[in-house]
Design a protein around this ligand. Sequence first.
Ligand code: PXP
Length: 235
Amino acid sequence: MELSVNIDHVATVREARKEKFPDPIHAALESELGGADGITVHLRGDRRHINERDLALLRKTVQTELNLEMAATEEMARVAVEAMPDRVTLVPEASGEVTTQGGLDLVNVKSDLEPYISGLKRKGIRVGIFIDPDMAHIKEALKLGAESIEINTNEYTKAKDKKEETLRISSVARTAKRDGLIVHAGHGIDYRNILPLLRIPEITGYSIGFAIIARALFVGLRQAVGEMNTIIKGA
Ligand code: PXP
């Protein structure tokens, strides 16, 4: 079970003052020292937190897996090929959104992502897609040549009764794994709501940002990552 720490919010604080600190590069190092198996950053079209300078330096300094979340645009393909993260996770991006609003709609929005994905794979970048927990998306993700999916856990984290959403995520994860996809999960996960998800063996990786960075304000980032890591690996 792996933990990829999303460090976007460290850059959000930096950009609030347009300062040089806190530096996401420092955050990546602290996260790795806390036991992170990977570092995730989302390069947005408006560059409101992570920017190209961060990405280039992270590529040079991150010793675990570097995962770049990005919209499937031509601009981002160029950035990815230049930066060469280990993995790219394709996400939808709407201007003005506070955070990613949902998974990539592979069913209703027919965009031909197959050449886009194969182009990144040919360069040696592994490609995953962020999807809502819905069986129809798995079939599409496979057709497009994705190697992994990240199941959007937002609905789950908002649900009062987690049982139904846990079952939904669990059956999607099982099918995806059976069909050969690596299964990750993320969005809105915190130190408590992760517990039922950890009983789903098909989910082998978690992408967690906000809860860890928020806790880091009080205990420091290395410890905040360490605590989440203990929960994940101890399950
Ligand atoms: N996964 C994806 C695709 C995301 O867009 C985000 C938010 O940037 C996360 C995971 C992490 O979510 P959170 O910050 O709520 O842990």
